[in-house]
Design a protein around this ligand. Structure first.
Ligand code: NAD
Length: 563
């Protein structure tokens, strides 16, 4: 149903009426401007004497922050420093982050966020987001009512069961919803005050955490089955009742929950799973750009996956949908181009112990093979994608064997963090004499080989999910569809410049993330309006409308509200 209202964002320039005074303002990160308050604001808001006399502008504050930030050498210290800044002054935090995005994304997100999660109970300082736990069952609506804002555009929720490639981190997983939402704001301009990170604490089976006296989650073994789904159902109901247009992003759930959760809710509420759909789209985009490099079609490739979990199946689904769409073939036919290897070898129809549901469409009707190398020898792949969470699975033998049959092997080592990558950029380039088109999940530096600088692409979901989320939110989408991710992948692939392709990079420069997210969000909106999935009235100029909906970290003038 079409709604009368459109997406409403607080003005960035109109003066904000502030009822708080003095330290109440300085201690509120959403209101605090630190040394930037002008004389009139200091006078009327009770700030006189609470700040040093000199008034600094935002640029100068950024400079001061960076001077202090760069004094830290340990990534975890940098992470703690940035979180502390976000807790003090949200506008300054986002300005710093946006101006130094390439440097800080690996701190606020993978790989450092992984270490931060492992240490979460030990480095914890201040509440951020919400925790819903087992004992809240039956009272989740009441719990969500404690969130101070009636305007929430997006929730990222995780049960901490499969944090990056690090496994079950229980309530420590909170770093991920926090980090992801930071990327939504920096990357696409979702408004920070309207984002809500949630950790669904349904217990942990991590012995180390259960025995850690500083662990902050409930010391209960994980619940599964009906008990798990009842609590999630209650959360979804309560969240959509309080915030009817909210987008829910499922994050870092183990496979056995990730697929069922997505299938359970994808047609009911506005939601998606970035590990499945976002990863799929970013990988598809990388492959589409690779096809631009080798001037071939995806339908002519042979694709071997190492790993058959949510990331691998999400990627394979998206690639097959892409191939089917481009080459007018059925998805089943497209799947014949894919071989999957998991911890038990090639995924085949003849496995005695049966197959998990998500692997069935990719099970091959052929002889088993225990090792990846055996599969590479048999299949002679042109594309090798790693999403196994297992470091060093792309051995020299595997890569060289692949290269024997393929002039320019396309190798994606997507497992995070860096220590889990299936191979490094240096290895991929050296073992193929620089011929490989390489991308990874975590960033690797450029490699100099035979006088050429090879720049590995980072198949970072950040290229996709912020734009898709922004698009879905600002048009008031009723659901997020695979077509939206497919559109996002194509949009991204087209944004890689010819120069970038020549340097072997198949993703655009991450520093252009705002432009990328704008283009993706506009494409998602276009699709939503065309498909009748958008609740808000269509604007004349979608791109301009999306641009106007994006948050920029600037200080707003304040005036004292009458008391
Ligand atoms: P998962 O646990 O769902 O799946 C892991 C899969 O790897 C399983 O099928 C398992 O059987 C298989 N596996 C384990 N050991 C193996 C081995 N030695 N050889 C072959 N297969 C093996 O995890 P997931 O959610 O699919 O994530 C996997 C990895 O992908 C993680 O490291 C994650 O960080 C990464 N990932 C990357 C991106 C990205 O780069 N954009 C996005 C999402 C996930």
């Amino acid at each position: 149903m079409l709604q009368e209202t459109k997406f409403h964002l607080p003005s960035a320039t109109d003066p904000l009426q502030v009822t708080e005074r003095g330290l109440e303002i300085l201690n509120n990160p959403c209101l605090n401007k630190g040394t930037s308050f002008n004389d009139e604001e200091r006078e009327t808001l009770g700030l006189k004497g609470l700040l040093p006399p000199f008034r600094a502008d935002l640029e100068e504050q950024v400079q001061r922050v960076m001077e202090n930030y760069r004094r830290h050498t340990d990534p975890l210290d940098k992470y703690t420093f940035l979180i502390a800044l976000a807790d003090r002054n949200s506008t300054l935090f986002y300005r710093v982050l946006m101006e130094n995005l390439l440097e800080m994304t690996p701190i606020m997100y993978t790989p450092t966020v992984g270490y931060a999660c492992q240490q979460f109970g030990h480095i914890y300082r201040k509440a951020r987001g919400m925790y819903i736990h087992l004992h809240h069952k039956g009272r989740i609506a009441e719990v969500l009512d404690n969130w101070p804002s009636d305007e929430v555009d997006i929730i990222v929720i995780s049960d901490g069961s499969r944090i990056l490639g690090l496994g079950d981190l229980g309530a420590n997983g909170m770093g991920i919803p926090i980090g992801k939402l930071v990327l939504y704001v920096a990357g696409a301009g979702l408004h920070p005050d309207r984002t809500l990170p949630i950790l669904l604490d349904v217990g942990t089976d991590n012995e180390e955490l259960l025995n850690d006296p500083l662990y902050l989650g409930i010391t209960h073994r994980r619940v599964h089955g009906d008990e798990f789904y009842e609590i999630v159902d209650e959360f979804v109901q309560a969240a959509t009742a309080r915030w009817p247009n909210v987008l829910i992003q499922w994050e870092d759930f183990t496979n056995d929950k990730a697929f069922p959760l997505l299938n359970r809710y994808r047609d009911e509420v506005l939601c998606f799973n970035d590990d499945i759909q976002g990863t799929g789209a970013v990988a598809l985009s990388g492959l589409l750009a690779s096809m631009r490099v080798i001037d071939e079609h995806l339908s002519d490739q042979r694709i071997v996956f190492c790993g058959a979990g949510s990331a691998a199946v999400g990627i394979a689904d998206m690639i097959c949908a892409g191939i089917a769409d481009e080459h007018s073939m059925s998805t089943e036919e497209a799947r014949k181009l894919v071989w999957m290897v998991d911890s038990r070898g090639l995924v085949t129809t003849t496995r005695e112990s049966g197959l998990e549901k998500h692997k069935i469409p990719y099970a091959r009707d052929e002889a088993p093979a225990a090792e990846l190398l055996e599969v590479v020898k048999r299949v002679k792949p042109t594309i090798l994608i790693g999403a196994s969470g297992q470091a060093h699975t792309f051995t020299e033998d595997v890569v060289k064997t692949m290269h024997e049959h393929c002039e320019q092997p396309i190798i994606f080592a997507l497992s995070n963090p860096t220590t889990k990558a299936e191979c490094t950029a240096v290895e991929a380039y050296h073992w193929t004499s620089g011929a490989a088109i390489f991308a990874s999940g975590s960033p690797f530096p450029a490699v100099r080989l035979n006088g050429k600088v090879l720049v590995p692409g980072q198949g970072n979901n950040m290229f996709i999910f912020p734009g898709v989320g922004l698009g879905a939110v600002v048009c008031g989408a009723t659901k997020v569809t695979d077509e939206m991710f497919f559109t996002a992948a194509k949009t991204l692939a087209h944004m890689v410049t010819k120069e970038e392709l020549r340097a072997g990079t198949i993703y655009p420069d991450l520093s252009k993330i705002r432009q990328i997210s704008l283009a993706i969000a506009a494409a998602v909106c276009r699709l939503a309006w065309d498909e009748g999935l958008a609740q808000y009235p269509e604007p004349d100029d979608i791109r301009q409308y999306v641009r106007d909906c994006m948050y920029h970290p600037d200080y707003r003038p304040y005036i004292a509200a009458e008391e």
